[in-house]
Write a protein that binds this ligand. Structure first.
Ligand code: PLP
Length: 396
């Protein structure tokens, strides 16, 4: 059996997305900035895609900028808000300790320029408290950036409440909604969101394309200088095939949101229940307020890397956290942020499901993980010490 359970890293493109791209790879190849008919056909497609995506987010088409993906959108959102704040002498930004690196590393860069960054705690359940957000706001706060849903542990933040607080206090609010878009209903106006990032390849669209929403009155700072594409805010000939694929994938995902949510949540709950049976294991992140497809566990006494390799041999394709941190031996900053000690954070496993997974696959995964964890423990010196009482168990 081959089971893809790494949908938080990327998803398989849907047929609708591939079909929407093909004409723009083959026949309709004009540059949307060209005045001739082939160019104008491409330009019409571009406007159409922008309108369709705007409708689904509850905003105006001109408030959307196409980017190369979620990382670029996060960078541009944060840099733009920082530059706008700086002009008014406001150089304080609030975020959380478990953001994606596209956010955290951009904040690091701003910190080197003299911005002050407050990283809020996310507590053991992986959720930010709105009152702590409110409490951190200062007269010089120019931006609050808090992710919609976490990519490793799947917890969903109280975005509407945070948006309301930001508006009452006159602070810009950005949310990295890369994990949420297409999986949870979003309405930027109703939720008080000023800036939002999304990425197509997390909802069955193509890689290398994303969207930055920026509400009226927000001046975007260019990260890429050049031509006048995207109202002069993001130079470079638009990636029309990818944009068409993204619009089709987003429409399909939003249309199926209720049904998929129900289906995937049931699979997730079954998987969580099965993995909880493994002794000395713990679910990371709140059990209810989490993405439909996200399962993330720590198992005491094992290394996440070995677990992944043995699962791969059994045809289960999973992750130990985010794709960006695997490959480095540092434990996940997200698991550390929710208070897991280093040795426990190393033994983590993320299984992220989609509507294409089945109950049969879930049962196979439960059996495979149970077997591999037992095997790894049987050869682990750390586990021997735990069982012999030479070391204390952290996970009861
Ligand atoms: C995947 C991801 C990103 C990066 O998006 P890319 O399109 O791969 O650049 C940013 N934030 C979160 C939460 C993600 O899951």
């Amino acid at each position: 059996m081959n089971i893809y359970a790494d949908n938080a890293a990327t998803t398989k493109m849907s047929k609708a997305a591939v079909d929407a791209m093909l004409p723009y790879l083959n026949e309709i190849y004009g540059n949307p900035s060209s005045l001739h008919s082939p160019g104008q056909r491409a330009n019409e497609a571009l406007s159409g895609a922008r309108e369709r995506i705007a409708r689904l987010l509850g905003c105006e088409p001109r408030e959307l900028t196409f980017t190369s993906g979620g990382s670029e959108a996060d960078n541009q959102a944060i840099i733009s808000a920082a530059r706008q704040g700086e002009k008014r002498g406001k150089k304080h930004i609030i975020s959380t300790a478990f953001e994606h690196h596209a956010v955290l590393h951009t904040l690091d860069r701003l910190a080197k320029e003299g911005f002050e960054i407050t990283l809020l705690p996310v507590h053991e359940n992986g959720i930010v408290l709105p009152e702590e957000v409110a409490g951190a706001i200062r007269p010089d706060t120019c931006l609050i950036t808090i992710m919609y849903a976490n990519n490793e542990i799947g917890t969903i933040q109280p975005i509407g409440e945070i948006g309301r607080i930001c508006h009452e206090r006159g602070v810009l609010f950005h949310t990295d909604a890369v994990q949420a878009a297409g999986h949870i209903n979003i309405n930027v106006k109703e939720q008080g969101i000023d800036l939002l990032s999304l990425s197509a390849h997390k909802f069955h669209g193509p890689k290398g394309i994303g969207v930055l929403y920026a509400g009226k009155g927000i001046r975007l700072t260019n990260l890429i200088e050049g031509g006048a594409q995207e109202r002069g805010k993001r130079a470079g000939t638009e990636n029309i095939p990818a944009i068409m694929g993204m619009a089709a994938a987003f429409e399909e995902a939003c249309k199926g949101i209720e049904e998929n949510c129900k289906k995937v949540t049931a699979l997730r709950n079954r998987l969580i229940a099965g993995l909880k049976e493994i002794p000395h294991s713990v679910l990371n992140g709140d059990e209810r307020q989490r993405l439909p497809g996200n399962v993330n566990f720590c198992f005491e006494g094992i290394e996440g890397e070995s677990l992944l390799l043995l699962l791969d041999e059994k045809g289960v394709y999973a992750s130990s956290g985010s794709a960006c941190t695997s490959g480095s031996l540092d434990p996940s900053h997200v698991l550390l942020a929710i208070g897991r000690p280093h040795e426990i954070a190393h033994g983590s496993l993320r299984l992220s499901l989609s509507e294409e997974n089945t109950e049969e696959e879930v049962d196979y995964m439960i059996a495979a993980v149970t077997e591999v964890v037992a095997y790894l423990r049987s050869i682990s010196p750390v586990w021997r010490d735990l069982v012999n009482g030479k070391q204390q168990f952290v996970i009861k």
